[in-house]
Write a protein that binds this ligand. Structure first.
Ligand code: AMP
Length: 355
Protein backbone atom coordinates (compact mmCIF):
# COMPACT_ATOMS: atom_id res chain seq x y z
CA UNK A 1 0.00 0.00 0.00
CA UNK A 2 1.37 3.43 -0.97
CA UNK A 3 0.71 6.94 0.29
CA UNK A 4 -2.91 8.11 0.71
CA UNK A 5 -3.29 11.56 -0.88
CA UNK A 6 -7.07 11.99 -0.53
CA UNK A 7 -9.26 11.87 2.57
CA UNK A 8 -12.29 9.54 2.61
CA UNK A 9 -14.65 12.56 2.56
CA UNK A 10 -13.05 13.88 -0.62
CA UNK A 11 -13.68 10.51 -2.28
CA UNK A 12 -17.24 10.01 -0.98
CA UNK A 13 -18.77 11.20 -4.29
CA UNK A 14 -17.15 8.26 -6.11
CA UNK A 15 -18.60 5.57 -3.86
CA UNK A 16 -20.00 2.62 -5.82
CA UNK A 17 -19.85 4.16 -9.32
CA UNK A 18 -17.48 4.53 -12.25
CA UNK A 19 -15.61 7.86 -12.02
CA UNK A 20 -16.54 10.46 -14.63
CA UNK A 21 -13.46 11.88 -16.33
CA UNK A 22 -13.89 15.67 -16.33
CA UNK A 23 -11.68 18.47 -17.56
CA UNK A 24 -11.80 21.93 -19.10
CA UNK A 25 -12.41 21.83 -22.87
CA UNK A 26 -9.00 23.04 -24.05
CA UNK A 27 -5.30 22.05 -24.25
CA UNK A 28 -5.30 18.21 -24.24
CA UNK A 29 -8.95 17.57 -23.38
CA UNK A 30 -9.80 15.80 -26.65
CA UNK A 31 -7.03 13.30 -25.91
CA UNK A 32 -8.19 12.91 -22.29
CA UNK A 33 -11.82 12.27 -23.32
CA UNK A 34 -10.75 9.95 -26.14
CA UNK A 35 -8.65 7.91 -23.69
CA UNK A 36 -11.46 7.74 -21.12
CA UNK A 37 -13.93 6.62 -23.77
CA UNK A 38 -11.54 3.88 -24.90
CA UNK A 39 -11.58 2.63 -21.29
CA UNK A 40 -15.39 2.88 -21.09
CA UNK A 41 -15.39 5.70 -18.55
CA UNK A 42 -18.05 8.45 -18.68
CA UNK A 43 -16.81 11.93 -19.63
CA UNK A 44 -17.78 15.51 -18.84
CA UNK A 45 -16.42 18.64 -20.52
CA UNK A 46 -16.32 21.96 -18.66
CA UNK A 47 -16.57 24.98 -20.92
CA UNK A 48 -16.33 28.69 -20.42
CA UNK A 49 -19.05 29.99 -22.69
CA UNK A 50 -20.85 27.56 -25.00
CA UNK A 51 -19.11 24.20 -25.68
CA UNK A 52 -16.61 24.54 -28.56
CA UNK A 53 -18.49 23.69 -31.76
CA UNK A 54 -15.50 21.96 -33.31
CA UNK A 55 -15.83 19.14 -30.75
CA UNK A 56 -18.76 17.91 -32.87
CA UNK A 57 -16.18 17.10 -35.55
CA UNK A 58 -14.44 14.55 -33.29
CA UNK A 59 -17.03 11.92 -32.34
CA UNK A 60 -14.50 9.64 -30.62
CA UNK A 61 -13.32 12.45 -28.35
CA UNK A 62 -16.41 14.58 -27.74
CA UNK A 63 -17.39 14.28 -24.05
CA UNK A 64 -20.71 12.62 -23.15
CA UNK A 65 -21.91 15.91 -21.72
CA UNK A 66 -20.92 19.49 -21.08
CA UNK A 67 -21.18 21.79 -18.10
CA UNK A 68 -20.85 25.44 -19.14
CA UNK A 69 -20.22 28.60 -17.15
CA UNK A 70 -20.11 32.17 -18.49
CA UNK A 71 -16.77 33.11 -16.86
CA UNK A 72 -13.64 31.26 -15.71
CA UNK A 73 -14.07 32.52 -12.13
CA UNK A 74 -17.41 30.69 -12.01
CA UNK A 75 -15.79 27.29 -12.53
CA UNK A 76 -15.45 27.03 -8.74
CA UNK A 77 -19.27 27.21 -8.56
CA UNK A 78 -19.57 23.93 -10.49
CA UNK A 79 -18.22 21.92 -7.54
CA UNK A 80 -21.64 20.62 -6.31
CA UNK A 81 -22.61 19.52 -9.86
CA UNK A 82 -19.22 17.86 -10.33
CA UNK A 83 -19.51 15.94 -7.07
CA UNK A 84 -23.04 14.95 -8.03
CA UNK A 85 -21.68 13.61 -11.34
CA UNK A 86 -18.94 11.57 -9.61
CA UNK A 87 -16.34 13.62 -11.44
CA UNK A 88 -12.56 13.29 -11.24
CA UNK A 89 -10.84 16.45 -12.52
CA UNK A 90 -7.85 16.00 -14.81
CA UNK A 91 -5.54 19.02 -14.50
CA UNK A 92 -3.93 20.33 -17.67
CA UNK A 93 -1.97 23.50 -18.48
CA UNK A 94 -4.90 25.72 -19.44
CA UNK A 95 -7.18 24.45 -16.66
CA UNK A 96 -4.62 25.26 -13.94
CA UNK A 97 -3.44 28.49 -15.61
CA UNK A 98 -6.93 29.97 -16.22
CA UNK A 99 -8.25 29.17 -12.76
CA UNK A 100 -4.91 29.86 -11.03
CA UNK A 101 -3.03 27.14 -9.10
CA UNK A 102 -4.39 28.34 -5.75
CA UNK A 103 -8.06 28.28 -6.76
CA UNK A 104 -7.54 24.95 -8.51
CA UNK A 105 -5.96 23.46 -5.38
CA UNK A 106 -8.98 24.52 -3.30
CA UNK A 107 -11.63 22.76 -5.44
CA UNK A 108 -13.41 20.20 -3.28
CA UNK A 109 -13.66 17.61 -6.06
CA UNK A 110 -11.33 14.62 -6.49
CA UNK A 111 -8.35 15.60 -8.70
CA UNK A 112 -6.21 13.06 -10.56
CA UNK A 113 -2.67 13.20 -9.13
CA UNK A 114 -1.35 15.02 -6.09
CA UNK A 115 -2.69 18.59 -6.06
CA UNK A 116 0.10 19.61 -3.65
CA UNK A 117 2.52 19.45 -6.59
CA UNK A 118 0.99 22.54 -8.19
CA UNK A 119 2.43 24.75 -5.45
CA UNK A 120 5.92 23.39 -6.20
CA UNK A 121 5.57 23.87 -9.94
CA UNK A 122 4.18 27.41 -9.93
CA UNK A 123 6.99 28.87 -7.79
CA UNK A 124 10.31 28.83 -9.71
CA UNK A 125 12.37 28.90 -6.48
CA UNK A 126 10.54 25.92 -4.96
CA UNK A 127 10.78 24.09 -8.25
CA UNK A 128 14.57 24.61 -8.28
CA UNK A 129 14.89 23.45 -4.64
CA UNK A 130 12.99 20.27 -5.52
CA UNK A 131 14.97 19.45 -8.66
CA UNK A 132 18.41 20.38 -7.34
CA UNK A 133 17.91 18.50 -4.09
CA UNK A 134 16.93 15.52 -6.28
CA UNK A 135 20.40 15.68 -7.85
CA UNK A 136 19.10 16.89 -11.23
CA UNK A 137 21.41 19.18 -13.21
CA UNK A 138 19.92 22.60 -13.98
CA UNK A 139 21.16 25.73 -15.78
CA UNK A 140 23.11 28.04 -13.41
CA UNK A 141 21.12 30.78 -11.80
CA UNK A 142 22.57 34.25 -11.23
CA UNK A 143 21.44 36.30 -8.25
CA UNK A 144 22.19 39.58 -10.02
CA UNK A 145 23.22 40.89 -13.44
CA UNK A 146 26.70 41.74 -12.11
CA UNK A 147 27.47 38.00 -11.61
CA UNK A 148 26.71 37.07 -15.22
CA UNK A 149 29.70 35.48 -17.00
CA UNK A 150 28.23 34.20 -20.27
CA UNK A 151 25.03 34.09 -22.32
CA UNK A 152 21.83 34.17 -20.21
CA UNK A 153 18.07 33.94 -20.54
CA UNK A 154 15.98 36.31 -18.41
CA UNK A 155 12.60 34.92 -17.37
CA UNK A 156 9.75 36.68 -15.66
CA UNK A 157 7.72 34.69 -13.15
CA UNK A 158 4.46 33.29 -14.45
CA UNK A 159 5.19 34.33 -18.06
CA UNK A 160 5.26 30.70 -19.18
CA UNK A 161 6.94 30.65 -22.58
CA UNK A 162 6.01 34.29 -22.45
CA UNK A 163 6.78 37.43 -24.27
CA UNK A 164 8.83 38.86 -21.40
CA UNK A 165 11.70 36.37 -21.86
CA UNK A 166 14.85 37.58 -23.54
CA UNK A 167 18.42 36.54 -24.19
CA UNK A 168 21.55 38.48 -23.35
CA UNK A 169 24.92 37.48 -24.79
CA UNK A 170 26.91 38.75 -21.81
CA UNK A 171 26.90 41.01 -18.74
CA UNK A 172 27.31 44.17 -20.85
CA UNK A 173 24.15 43.33 -22.77
CA UNK A 174 22.25 43.48 -19.46
CA UNK A 175 23.48 46.98 -18.60
CA UNK A 176 20.22 48.62 -19.65
CA UNK A 177 18.00 45.92 -18.16
CA UNK A 178 15.15 47.46 -16.12
CA UNK A 179 12.98 44.65 -14.73
CA UNK A 180 9.21 45.09 -14.91
CA UNK A 181 8.43 42.37 -12.35
CA UNK A 182 9.97 39.43 -10.46
CA UNK A 183 12.42 37.55 -12.69
CA UNK A 184 15.29 35.06 -12.75
CA UNK A 185 18.52 35.18 -14.74
CA UNK A 186 19.56 31.73 -15.97
CA UNK A 187 22.57 30.42 -17.87
CA UNK A 188 21.57 30.07 -21.53
CA UNK A 189 22.29 26.41 -22.30
CA UNK A 190 23.38 25.57 -25.83
CA UNK A 191 22.18 22.20 -27.05
CA UNK A 192 19.03 20.41 -28.20
CA UNK A 193 15.72 20.70 -26.39
CA UNK A 194 13.72 17.62 -25.39
CA UNK A 195 10.35 17.54 -23.62
CA UNK A 196 9.96 14.07 -22.11
CA UNK A 197 6.47 12.78 -21.29
CA UNK A 198 6.58 10.51 -18.26
CA UNK A 199 3.86 8.76 -16.25
CA UNK A 200 4.39 7.67 -12.67
CA UNK A 201 2.11 4.93 -11.38
CA UNK A 202 2.20 4.32 -7.62
CA UNK A 203 0.04 1.22 -8.24
CA UNK A 204 2.20 -0.66 -10.69
CA UNK A 205 4.46 -3.40 -9.38
CA UNK A 206 6.30 -4.14 -12.61
CA UNK A 207 8.46 -2.31 -15.14
CA UNK A 208 11.00 0.40 -14.15
CA UNK A 209 10.47 0.48 -10.39
CA UNK A 210 10.57 3.79 -8.51
CA UNK A 211 9.23 4.25 -4.98
CA UNK A 212 6.37 1.75 -4.50
CA UNK A 213 5.40 2.01 -8.17
CA UNK A 214 6.92 2.38 -11.61
CA UNK A 215 7.94 5.01 -14.13
CA UNK A 216 6.86 4.91 -17.79
CA UNK A 217 8.03 7.02 -20.74
CA UNK A 218 5.09 7.64 -23.09
CA UNK A 219 6.47 10.13 -25.60
CA UNK A 220 8.74 13.04 -26.39
CA UNK A 221 8.37 16.27 -28.30
CA UNK A 222 9.99 19.59 -28.97
CA UNK A 223 8.02 22.82 -28.97
CA UNK A 224 7.85 25.21 -31.87
CA UNK A 225 8.40 28.60 -30.35
CA UNK A 226 7.65 31.86 -32.19
CA UNK A 227 9.55 33.83 -33.11
CA UNK A 228 12.85 32.56 -31.73
CA UNK A 229 12.82 29.24 -33.63
CA UNK A 230 13.07 31.07 -36.91
CA UNK A 231 15.95 33.19 -35.64
CA UNK A 232 18.58 31.25 -37.55
CA UNK A 233 17.06 32.49 -40.78
CA UNK A 234 17.99 36.00 -39.79
CA UNK A 235 21.43 34.92 -38.66
CA UNK A 236 21.47 36.36 -35.16
CA UNK A 237 19.29 37.83 -32.46
CA UNK A 238 20.63 41.32 -33.26
CA UNK A 239 19.05 41.05 -36.67
CA UNK A 240 15.64 40.61 -35.06
CA UNK A 241 16.29 43.48 -32.70
CA UNK A 242 17.53 45.71 -35.53
CA UNK A 243 14.23 45.00 -37.20
CA UNK A 244 12.50 46.22 -34.04
CA UNK A 245 11.31 42.69 -33.09
CA UNK A 246 11.88 41.30 -29.59
CA UNK A 247 12.67 37.57 -29.70
CA UNK A 248 9.97 35.55 -27.88
CA UNK A 249 9.31 31.94 -26.90
CA UNK A 250 5.55 31.77 -27.40
CA UNK A 251 4.64 28.14 -28.10
CA UNK A 252 2.85 27.72 -31.43
CA UNK A 253 2.97 23.93 -31.88
CA UNK A 254 4.89 20.72 -31.22
CA UNK A 255 7.01 18.28 -33.19
CA UNK A 256 7.74 14.65 -32.27
CA UNK A 257 11.32 13.74 -31.37
CA UNK A 258 13.18 10.71 -30.12
CA UNK A 259 16.41 10.44 -28.14
CA UNK A 260 19.44 8.38 -29.08
CA UNK A 261 18.65 5.03 -27.47
CA UNK A 262 21.87 5.20 -25.42
CA UNK A 263 20.56 8.38 -23.73
CA UNK A 264 17.34 6.78 -22.46
CA UNK A 265 19.14 5.64 -19.29
CA UNK A 266 19.83 9.29 -18.45
CA UNK A 267 16.21 10.23 -19.14
CA UNK A 268 14.91 7.57 -16.74
CA UNK A 269 17.50 8.48 -14.12
CA UNK A 270 16.31 12.11 -14.14
CA UNK A 271 12.62 11.09 -14.05
CA UNK A 272 13.22 8.67 -11.18
CA UNK A 273 15.17 11.22 -9.09
CA UNK A 274 12.37 13.76 -9.49
CA UNK A 275 9.76 11.22 -8.36
CA UNK A 276 11.80 9.94 -5.42
CA UNK A 277 12.38 13.47 -4.12
CA UNK A 278 8.70 14.37 -4.63
CA UNK A 279 7.74 11.45 -2.39
CA UNK A 280 10.01 12.81 0.37
CA UNK A 281 8.89 16.42 -0.06
CA UNK A 282 5.12 16.19 -0.49
CA UNK A 283 3.89 12.62 -0.77
CA UNK A 284 4.79 12.12 -4.44
CA UNK A 285 3.87 13.28 -7.91
CA UNK A 286 1.39 10.88 -9.50
CA UNK A 287 0.41 10.42 -13.15
CA UNK A 288 1.70 12.39 -16.12
CA UNK A 289 4.52 14.91 -15.92
CA UNK A 290 7.00 16.39 -18.38
CA UNK A 291 10.71 16.99 -17.89
CA UNK A 292 11.89 19.84 -20.09
CA UNK A 293 15.57 20.31 -20.74
CA UNK A 294 18.53 20.64 -23.03
CA UNK A 295 20.98 17.93 -24.05
CA UNK A 296 24.39 19.55 -24.44
CA UNK A 297 27.12 18.40 -26.80
CA UNK A 298 28.78 16.76 -23.77
CA UNK A 299 25.54 14.73 -23.53
CA UNK A 300 24.63 16.29 -20.21
CA UNK A 301 20.88 16.84 -19.76
CA UNK A 302 20.12 20.17 -18.07
CA UNK A 303 16.53 20.60 -16.89
CA UNK A 304 15.10 24.12 -17.14
CA UNK A 305 11.48 23.31 -16.26
CA UNK A 306 9.08 20.60 -15.16
CA UNK A 307 5.36 20.43 -15.91
CA UNK A 308 3.64 18.41 -13.23
CA UNK A 309 0.63 17.30 -15.30
CA UNK A 310 -0.27 16.30 -18.84
CA UNK A 311 1.39 18.58 -21.43
CA UNK A 312 -0.02 19.50 -24.83
CA UNK A 313 2.91 17.80 -26.59
CA UNK A 314 1.28 14.46 -25.73
CA UNK A 315 -1.44 15.31 -28.28
CA UNK A 316 1.03 14.14 -30.93
CA UNK A 317 0.63 10.60 -29.64
CA UNK A 318 -3.13 9.99 -29.40
CA UNK A 319 -2.58 6.70 -31.23
CA UNK A 320 0.72 5.87 -29.53
CA UNK A 321 4.35 6.97 -29.69
CA UNK A 322 7.64 5.16 -30.40
CA UNK A 323 7.92 4.79 -26.60
CA UNK A 324 4.34 4.12 -25.48
CA UNK A 325 3.96 1.47 -28.21
CA UNK A 326 6.57 -0.51 -26.28
CA UNK A 327 4.39 -0.31 -23.14
CA UNK A 328 1.06 -1.13 -24.84
CA UNK A 329 0.18 -0.64 -28.53
CA UNK A 330 -1.55 2.64 -29.33
CA UNK A 331 -1.36 3.95 -25.75
CA UNK A 332 -1.86 7.71 -25.23
CA UNK A 333 -1.26 9.60 -22.00
CA UNK A 334 -5.02 10.32 -21.86
CA UNK A 335 -5.80 6.63 -22.03
CA UNK A 336 -3.09 5.83 -19.49
CA UNK A 337 -4.80 8.20 -17.02
CA UNK A 338 -8.12 6.39 -17.51
CA UNK A 339 -6.44 3.00 -17.02
CA UNK A 340 -4.86 4.14 -13.75
CA UNK A 341 -8.21 5.41 -12.49
CA UNK A 342 -9.95 2.14 -13.32
CA UNK A 343 -7.22 0.08 -11.72
CA UNK A 344 -7.19 2.22 -8.57
CA UNK A 345 -10.93 1.83 -8.23
CA UNK A 346 -11.00 -1.92 -8.79
CA UNK A 347 -8.21 -2.39 -6.21
CA UNK A 348 -9.78 0.01 -3.68
CA UNK A 349 -6.74 2.35 -3.97
CA UNK A 350 -8.30 5.57 -5.27
CA UNK A 351 -6.78 7.54 -2.37
CA UNK A 352 -3.30 6.81 -3.79
CA UNK A 353 -3.95 8.40 -7.20
CA UNK A 354 -6.49 11.11 -6.34
CA UNK A 355 -6.24 14.12 -4.04
P1 AMP B 1 10.26 27.85 -19.66
O1 AMP B 1 9.17 28.84 -19.40
O2 AMP B 1 11.22 27.74 -18.52
O3 AMP B 1 9.68 26.53 -20.08
O4 AMP B 1 11.10 28.37 -20.93
C1 AMP B 1 10.50 28.68 -22.17
C2 AMP B 1 11.47 28.38 -23.31
O5 AMP B 1 12.70 29.10 -23.13
C3 AMP B 1 11.90 26.93 -23.38
O6 AMP B 1 10.99 26.12 -24.07
C4 AMP B 1 13.26 27.01 -24.08
O7 AMP B 1 13.12 27.16 -25.48
C5 AMP B 1 13.82 28.31 -23.55
N1 AMP B 1 14.70 28.12 -22.38
C6 AMP B 1 14.31 28.14 -21.09
N2 AMP B 1 15.36 28.04 -20.25
C7 AMP B 1 16.45 27.94 -21.03
C8 AMP B 1 17.87 27.83 -20.75
N3 AMP B 1 18.34 27.83 -19.50
N4 AMP B 1 18.73 27.76 -21.81
C9 AMP B 1 18.25 27.81 -23.07
N5 AMP B 1 16.95 27.93 -23.39
C10 AMP B 1 16.04 28.00 -22.39
Amino acid sequence: MGIALASPSRLASLEGRLPTVATLCSHSSLQIFHGARAEQLPTLGLSVGPPPRFYDAFPLARPDRFLSVPKVAELSGTVPALREAGAVLIPHGSFVEYLGPEAFTKLDVPVFGNRAVLGWESDRRKERDWLESAGVSMPNRYESASEVDGPVIVKYYGAKGGKGFFLAKNREALADFRPTGPYVIQEYVLGTRYYMHFFYSPLSDRGYRVGHGSLELLGMDRRDEANIDELYKLGAQEELLKAGIRPTFVVTGNVPVILRESLLGKAFDVGARIIERSIELFGGMVGPFCVEGIMTEELEFKVFEISTRIVAGTNLFISGSPYSDLVAPGLSTGRRIAQELKRAQSEGRLAEVLS
